[in-house]
Design a protein around this ligand. Structure first.
Ligand code: ADP
Ligand code: ZN
Ligand code: MG
Length: 476
């Protein structure tokens, strides 16, 4: 029997608001435990929540960016369950009436583009954090995160492979970062993902029983956990067994998913509309205003990079993966850099140097205008392409302009023919055997002669002139 995997994802993204969703406490990450709390977010009796308008705006912005319809009226509901990190005993979430419904994103895997439907995006509050590690026999609760605004993006079960799942999360991460609603930091948990997965015989329409996997905080883990879980489910089927609907936990150390608890049903949560909060009304004027402020999205920008700058698809994809990178590129081009040359330097040398120091492009020590300045020196023959590499590294280290570096270090290209000719003559005179072998047909030796000349001129001889002279002298 041939089986196929069916996957639907639920992504939780912490919104980049400065304050929490129902109180004025800060949402900053990394402060001392319980220093960012108040009676509202620690669930004292008698307090009332007040909606953070920015959080609603961010969810609408996201909805618009992923082709969702925005509900004119949506409502908060209480999701009741007991857990020590949830002081009120219920989470304020949205149930029947979410803010956004029915959108989609397109993903491309192995050259094939597929559209993944989005069921809904809703707004809810985050819980606190239980701390069990390094605390001896006790457990602690940090409520700094309690009440941080979260949006939950729920996909349709349209995903068919672990690779597609990872690509889907990557795509959403790129989008939320572009539009500035979430920092996408998976390690710190600002972007988290639960995966629902089932398998079914190829050709069968009905969905199989699913399991839900939690605790995957990187793209690699998403792929690995799903891969493991799909194999596990197929094995169960092949052995004549049945899948139990349950929540499973990914253990990255052992590379397996393990049963955590049987899956709760919606009715277990006793959802009901929150009587303390007004329904959210969103009128068209507000939607239009948010739409008008929406930045150019990654897919559109990538297409524009291909058409406007004649970049290969590969370059366009890499350069538009982050908004800061795309901005940097466009700034360099605007300052006169030839697009493909700028792209090559960015994807090659610049990325290499940044990666070495684990830096992002906005931490680069020089400005895009300065890269354009370097390219100009290569274009007008002041320095050779080889020397440009040296200048580039120096520019990266010191932040100085290419022109200043070239002057300071005396790196101007040697283009005067007489000067170069003298050196060519010297090299040929000192290598009589090589000259003989070259003339006997060993064409590879050309590289040897060029190398010798470059060594003597410290790389400054104009390679075009060197080659011309060598050819003339060796071949007559
Ligand atoms: P639940 O009631 O368990 O929360 P939902 O129907 O709300 O389930 O779906 C939650 C997520 O699980 C969605 O992303 C959805 O696409 C996905 N999903 C639902 N049924 C299946 C299934 N049989 N196999 C894989 N994914 C599924
Ligand atoms: Zn608070
Ligand atoms: Mg559900």
């Amino acid at each position: 029997m041939q089986y196929e995997a069916v996957i639907g994802l639920e992504i939780h993204a912490q919104l980049l608001t400065e304050s929490k969703i129902f109180c004025g406490c800060s949402t900053k990450f990394g402060s001392g435990p319980n220093t960012q709390t108040c009676p509202v977010c620690i669930g004292m009796p008698g307090v009332l929540p007040v909606m953070n308008r920015k959080a609603v705006e961010y969810v609408i912005r996201t909805g618009l960016a992923v082709n969702c319809g925005i509900s004119p009226l949506s409502r908060f509901a209480r999701k009741n369950y007991f857990y020590p990190d949830l002081p009120k005993g219920y989470q304020i979430s949205q149930y029947e009436l979410p803010l956004c419904e029915q959108g989609f994103v397109d993903i491309t895997v192995n050259g094939e583009t597929r559209r993944i439907g989005l069921t809904r995006i809703h707004l809810e509050e985050d819980a606190g954090k239980n701390i069990h590690e390094g605390t001896g026999n006790q457990s602690f609760v940090d409520l700094n995160r309690a009440g941080t605004p979260l949006m939950e993006i729920v996909s349709e079960p349209d995903i068919r492979s672990p690779q597609e799942a990872a690509e889907f999360v990557k795509k959403l991460r790129t989008i939320v970062r572009y539009i500035g609603v979430c920092d996408g930091n998976m390690e710190q948990g600002s972007l988290r993902c639960d995966a629902n997965v089932s398998v079914r015989p190829v050709g069968q329409k009905e969905l199989g029983t699913k399991t839900e996997i939690k605790n995957m905080n990187s793209f690699r883990f998403i792929e690995k956990a799903l891969d493991y879980e799909i194999r596990r489910q197929m094995k169960v089927f092949n052995e004549g067994g049945r899948i139990v609907q349950e929540t499973r936990l990914w253990d990255p150390n052992r590379g397996v998913t393990e049963s955590m608890r049987s899956k709760e049903e919606a009715h277990d949560y006793r959802y009901f509309p929150d009587p303390d909060l007004m329904p959210i009304e969103v009128d068209n004027a507000w939607i239009e205003q948010i739409k008008s402020q929406l930045v150019e999205l990654p897919d559109a920008r990538r297409q524009r990079f291909i058409s406007q700058y004649a970049l290969p698809d590969h370059d366009a994809e890499l350069l538009t993966a982050e908004r800061v990178t795309a901005d940097w590129f466009e700034q360099a081009v605007k300052s006169g850099g030839e697009p493909k040359a700028v792209s090559n330097w960015m994807m090659g040398e610049l990325m290499r140097l940044l990666n070495e120091e684990n830096k992002q492009i906005d931490e680069c020590g020089f400005r895009p205008e300065q890269l354009a300045g370097l390219l100009k020196l290569v274009d007008n023959g002041t320095i050779s392409g080889k020397i440009a590499k040296t200048v580039f590294e120096e520019m990266y280290k010191t932040g100085k302009d290419a022109e200043a570096i070239v002057k300071e270090k005396g790196l101007v290209q040697m283009s005067d023919e007489t000067g170069i000719e003298a050196i060519v003559d010297e090299v040929l005179k000192n290598s009589p055997q090589e000259v003989e072998r070259f003339r006997a047909g060993d064409a590879k030796l050309m590289g040897f002669f060029v190398g010798q000349i470059m060594k003597l001129t410290k790389g400054k001889a104009n390679p075009k002139i060197v080659n011309e002279l060598l050819r003339k002298k060796l071949l007559g």
